[in-house]
Design a protein. Structure first.
Length: 450
């Protein structure tokens, strides 16, 4: 018998991406042949997202599009897993009959059986089974599952379950394997990375994990994502400040700044606490880049609360920011709250915040002109990147070599801007010293100085 051919489509966040990597690894362990093109596969697995309305709509649209392959191609099985599958198992089977199996998050190992692969004692959750979906030079390390924070707007605890830290020795072993396969940057992810260890060891141990990771050679960058402002602690701040491998970049979603909104959100911190934390971080960690996320249009947010948020963002001048309109999610506490904000007003407020942040980001970028940076080379500028500011435009490219995409420590992968680098003899995954010659929009343009 020929080996089953399996394709996978991964939707949603980086935490979902890590799940997809381990699912694919388990498929290969079971004897599957992986296909990039779903139309050439026997079985297609769609790892869905079900976090907010837009993500659910994308997941449904993808399922419906791929369902057509069962009629147009030789696709034999369509399997749906991930957050949407966990949340709406029966609904999906009833509404989309082309789906053969809906597999919840607690049943990922059954994917082996449903795909027709040989059984194994291994688990989809084991770090040794993984097929990287990121470029070789960077990877994501998921240090915990689930969440205990119970933010009133969020359905993740109901989908992913309680907060569960992964053993530190397992994480360090997985990180070593990632580095052995080429990773030079590891991005730490979780629903709340700052709480790491509290359930397993009785205390927060993220700072100790950072210490352990920094001892792995030749790992160069460790990036901290998905931190919670209510759960920072002194030892963590000190470790970020002193550890040379921990890049001075923190993803710190504040969600809002008004005390009443923060209380209704269940964030466990107030305006003053957030302000003091940020002031302390910037004092202790010179050159720190802070990325945050905010939600506009939460129930009860009036013009006064919105203007307080806007004023705080202007004063604080986050180096990186993402903003979203509040999405009402069934089953959450916020779904039944009074004071809903019309969609038109949500969009207007979102526009105001993004316009403010655009100006702030452009001002931050302009300060780098004439300075040197260490960058991580992503790869040559392809057709899609050819129109980036500075990419192939005179006089920047003349005699300076090929244009390459890169990132410096202030740019998280797949989230922030780029550095367009001109130079010769460059290679994906290497670190280079560059001199910034131009700031255009969200990107920097630079020349190699070696």
């Amino acid at each position: 018998m020929s080996s089953p051919k399996v394709a996978l489509i991964s939707l949603g966040c980086t935490k979902n991406l890590v799940d997809s990597e381990k699912i694919l690894g388990r498929m290969v362990q079971g004897g599957a042949v992986l296909c990039q093109d779903p139309s050439t596969a026997d079985t297609l697995i769609i790892n869905t997202c079900g976090f907010i309305k837009e993500a659910k709509e994308e997941s449904i649209d993808t399922i419906l599009q791929m369902a057509k392959l069962k009629e147009e191609a030789h696709l034999k099985k369509l399997i749906v897993t991930g957050c949407l599958a966990q949340r709406y198992q029966e609904d999906l089977l009833q509404e989309i009959p082309e789906i053969d199996h809906v597999v919840g998050l607690e049943r990922l190992d059954s994917l082996v059986q449903f795909t027709g692969l040989r059984p194994s004692n291994g688990s989809c959750h084991e770090e040794k089974y993984s097929i990287r979906l990121t470029p070789r030079h960077y990877a994501y390390l998921k240090i915990s599952e689930g969440c205990d924070n119970r933010c009133s707007y969020c359905a993740i605890p109901a989908i992913r379950g309680a907060f569960r830290s992964r053993p530190m020795e397992n994480l360090l072993q997985e990180a070593r394997q990632l580095v052995e396969t080429g990773a030079r940057e590891i991005n730490i992810i979780a629903q709340d990375s700052t709480l790491y260890g509290i359930d397993l060891y009785g205390r927060q141990r993220l700072h100790e994990l950072l210490q352990g990771l920094s001892e792995i050679r030749p790992l160069r960058w460790i990036r901290l994502l998905y931190t919670h402002p209510a759960h920072f602690y002194p030892a963590l701040v000190r470790e970020i400040a002193k550890n040379e491998k921990v890049v001075k970049y923190i993803d710190l979603p504040i969600q809002h700044i008004n005390d009443n909104i923060l209380r209704k959100m269940g964030r466990g911190i107030n305006h003053r606490g957030i302000e003091e934390l940020i002031d302390g971080l910037r004092k202790e960690v010179p050159g720190l880049f802070l990325r945050t996320t905010v939600i506009v249009g939460f129930p009860g947010e009036g013009e006064e609360e919105y203007k307080e948020l806007l004023g705080f963002l202007e004063k604080t001048a986050f180096e990186r920011l993402g903003a979203f309109c509040y999405s009402r999610e069934e089953g959450t506490v916020a779904a039944s709250m009074k004071g809903s904000v019309p969609q038109k007003i949500k969009r207007k407020r979102l526009k105001g915040i993004m316009e403010l942040q655009q100006r702030i980001t452009f001002e931050h970028n302009a300060r780098w002109v004439g300075r040197d940076l260490e960058v991580l080379i992503e790869g040559p500028c392809g057709q899609e990147e050819a129109n980036l500011p500075g990419a192939g435009q005179a006089p920047y490219h003349h005699g300076a070599g090929q244009a390459w995409l890169a990132r410096f420590y202030g740019d998280a992968p797949e989230a922030d801007g780029n550095v367009v680098v001109y130079g010769s003899g460059l290679a994906q995954g290497e670190f280079r010293r560059v001199s910034v010659i131009l700031a255009e929009g969200y990107n920097l343009v630079a020349r190699c100085v070696e």
